[in-house]
Design a protein around this ligand. Structure first.
Ligand code: FAD
Length: 380
């Protein structure tokens, strides 16, 4: 029999005001899933969510990502992907939440299981009751900790991570825009270092001085990177000798007053035994369920895949084909096994970006940016 359903998704911004936490994600294999999930008008607005709303990767001949040798600038791999595009996560969040009743500024503080559902309690004394709660509260998920205790603690990888935005002068912005690949342009360097240069936003296509770029960089961790008040842009500048373009100029041209802090790289994959979904009343999705490094660009694609699988599971409940418990069990089984694989493969990719001699054997060179489930199918 069909059941009435109310889903509580925990993971809208817990801060009441917008944060500067922003970057782009490469949308590749999750495109058809997005087409299923989004209303047609929103799907058509995907270009507006891009860092460069004017970029049509197909028309521009850039349906790929590029990986060069950081020392020589020579292309090491250029995995193609039809329709690949970047989405700026803040623009996407703003556009996709239009017309939805998203409640911002709420931090979850307790979960109460009731006889026929679940109640989420928030720090401001409010609560929401529903049939099933989905913890979509990111890599440091509180819901994951509630479900798994100590087992929910992320692993810290031995790399220092930088992610910071800046603007160039008009002339340099135009030059960099021509020099770099517009989707993803990244490089390993023999000195065990990774640098990528990306566009974050082009608020005015006619005014290159308004364009926001950002750099991602990782290298073997040293404690001094985390010294109080240390500006890591200076540290990065000192590490750029012997780098080729576009990365050399990308760092050299950063405005003098740009600041950045070192961040830890953390990952988390579900244990083999998964988690107890409390009779289908609590589950996880996105980085809460599988938090992977960004070096193969898979986290958001998997988060979108989770959403599509979860919605399909709920449709089965609504149609009376499955009980809530059965549907969430089926959803969990996929998220857990896919998440375990992708977290580990992304970690292998991260290690490979810091091991130049073995880079050409790494997953992104061998398999591009496809999901591992597809690679497995192709190889069987
Ligand atoms: C630099 C960088 C580059 C990346 N590049 C790519 C890429 O190219 N391709 C790709 O596929 N993926 C990429 N990723 C990964 C991708 O960004 C993540 O996988 C994706 O954003 C996960 O989405 P999410 O909604 O699960 O988590 P998040 O985006 O982290 O959202 C979690 C939300 O939960 C809220 N929250 C946290 N705690 C609580 C709480 N206690 N109560 C209530 N709310 C809470 C937070 O405020 C936040 O809004 C990248 C990640 C990084 C860091």
């Amino acid at each position: 029999m069909a059941q009435p359903l109310k889903v509580i998704v925990v993971g809208s911004d817990k801060e009441a005001s917008p944060r500067d936490r922003n970057w782009g994600v490469t949308i590749a294999w999750s495109h058809p899933l997005l087409a299923k999930l989004l209303p047609e008008e929103l799907y058509k607005r995907l270009p507006e969510c891009q860092p460069d709303p004017g970029l049509d990767t197909k028309a521009a001949g850039f349906e790929s990502v590029i990986i060069r040798d950081g020392q020589t600038g020579v292309t090491l791999a250029e995995p193609p992907f039809e329709g690949v595009r970047r989405l700026n996560i803040q623009k996407t969040r703003r556009i996709w939440s239009e017309g939805l009743n998203v409640k911002y500024g709420k931090t979850i503080t307790d979960i109460e299981l009731t006889t026929d559902g679940v109640t989420a309690h928030f720090h401001d004394g409010t609560s929401e009751t529903g049939s099933v709660l989905v913890g979509s509260d990111g890599g440091g998920s509180w819901v994951r900790r509630w479900m798994l205790g100590e087992q929910a603690t992320p692993r810290v990888l031995p790399y220092t991570f930088l992610n910071f935005p800046f603007r160039y002068t008009r002339e340099r912005a135009l030059k960099m825009d021509k020099m770099m690949h517009p989707v993803v342009d990244v490089a390993p360097h023999p000195k065990s270092m990774y640098v990528g240069i990306f566009v974050l936003d082009k608020p005015n296509l006619q005014k290159p001085e308004t364009w926001v770029f950002y750099i991602l960089a990782t290298w073997a961790k040293q404690d001094s990177d985390y010294a109080e008040g240390k500006n890591m842009v200076d540290e990065l500048r000192q590490r750029m000798d012997d780098w080729a373009d576009p990365y050399k100029s990308a760092v050299e041209w950063i405005p003098e007053d740009t600041q950045a802090k070192a961040v830890q790289l953390r990952i988390w994959g579900p244990p083999e035994t998964g988690w107890d979904n409390r009779n289908g009343r609590v589950t996880l999705s996105g980085d809460a369920a599988h938090s992977m490094t960004f070096h193969r660009g898979q986290g958001a694609n998997n988060a979108i895949c989770d959403s599509e699988k979860f919605v399909s599971a709920m449709i089965k409940v609504k149609n009376g084909e499955k009980t809530l418990h059965e549907a969430v069990d089926e959803y969990d089984a996929d998220v857990i096994s896919r998440g375990r694989t992708e977290v580990e493969v992304s970690k292998v990719q991260t290690d490979a970006f810091h091991d130049h001699a073995k880079f050409l054997e790494s997953p992104v060179v061998k398999h591009g940016i496809k999901p591992m489930s597809e690679v497995k199918k192709e190889n069987s």
